[in-house]
Design a protein around this ligand. Sequence first.
Ligand SMILES: [Zn+2]
Length: 442
Amino acid sequence: MKLLIHNCTILTLNRAGDILHNGWLLTDDDRIDSMGICDDGTILADPDIDEVIDAHGGILLPGFVNTHCHVSMIPFRTMGDDCPDRLRKLLFPLELQAMTPELVYLGAMYGIGEMLLSGTTTFLDMYYFEDQVARACLESGIRGYLGETIIGQRTCDSPEQEYGGFEYQKSFLEDFRDNDRVIPVIAPHGTTTLSPERLAEAHDLAVKYDTIYTLHACEMDYEMTHFAEMGQTPIEFLDSIGALSRHTLAAHCIHATESDLALMAERGCSIAHCIASNTKAGKGIAPMRDAERYGVPFGLGTDGPSSGNTLSMFDQMRMMPNAQKTKYHDRSLFSAENVVRAATAGGAEALAAGHFGTLEPGKKADFQIVETRSVNMFPIYNPYSALVYSANAGNVDMVVADGRVLVRDGELTTIDLPKVKADLLQAMEPFMAAAEKYRDII
Ligand SMILES: [Zn+2]
């Protein structure tokens, strides 16, 4: 299948930051074949092309890479948003009681629909019954880096014993070993929710399978207090057990110190920066200026739909520079180009993936077209600024992942969203009944 997109401004996000004005891009199955400028129209006459798509002057850029998510938490959205320590008071007990494989699958289909409609073509997820998220990835066409949560408590996928996620993850690793679009990762929950031995064991597994080791780190006040009492930071602790390496993708890092960041750079770790989630919870603004200074690769993450309440990377792109500029009182920080880079190529780098995240011949055909006809998209002096400060998910016209058109004219092609929503609502009935117990904090 060969698709030709033309009449667009192409942001390649390659190392040189090349922009092709009035550009074209040709795919060949799952890959980008070639790109160029529409100077004389000869490319349009190529007889091998299956479909020609006029982008009507839109902006063509790589699909977003969401580096931290719990997509199946859709049933929790808007629940207890203003409640301190909601995780332990509400989320953990309700998950244990009422989360099911069916809810995980339907929540994933719904959330993936939301991600595709907002230009995301790859996401990293950690949750329970992750094989159901894998099923949703295979059916929808999105690319998923998926890890079963490993945690030192009883969970919905292991109601009888702690650390059930280990066994789940081991079979998941084998089942999807050679899959091109479902990539198993190792996902211990956080620095204080597993024993040091189990955290190290999980890291060994990531090394054995040469994959990502992702966990929540430097996020919670109680986490910081716990390690401060031991005279350490969470990052120093991870290093002390051998869990800080090129495999490590630490989510949040709100309270990382400069010496933590220097250590992370030395060990080759990455960060998933989740600004909407972090600030909604009042947890703080991660030191991304310093992360960049020390050379720690980072991507943006939405976190789960109950944490940041949006699965749109446009919202993360909008909030991130505002927060950094304000935190450091410096308007020059994080140019719009750098922010778009963090949402695309930066995310791919954080996932140690060299085959997507930029638009270059030979790379995966993962891209989106953002239209420029709508009222909020005029005028455009700088396409990066338009994407970061003007655009929203509603401006996404087309999304292609792995060479397949998954969003066309702003509509999903592989997910029947009204049906998924109706099925999800029905499947949520016992969940909603169980949630009534927490009515006073919802
Ligand atoms: Zn999270």
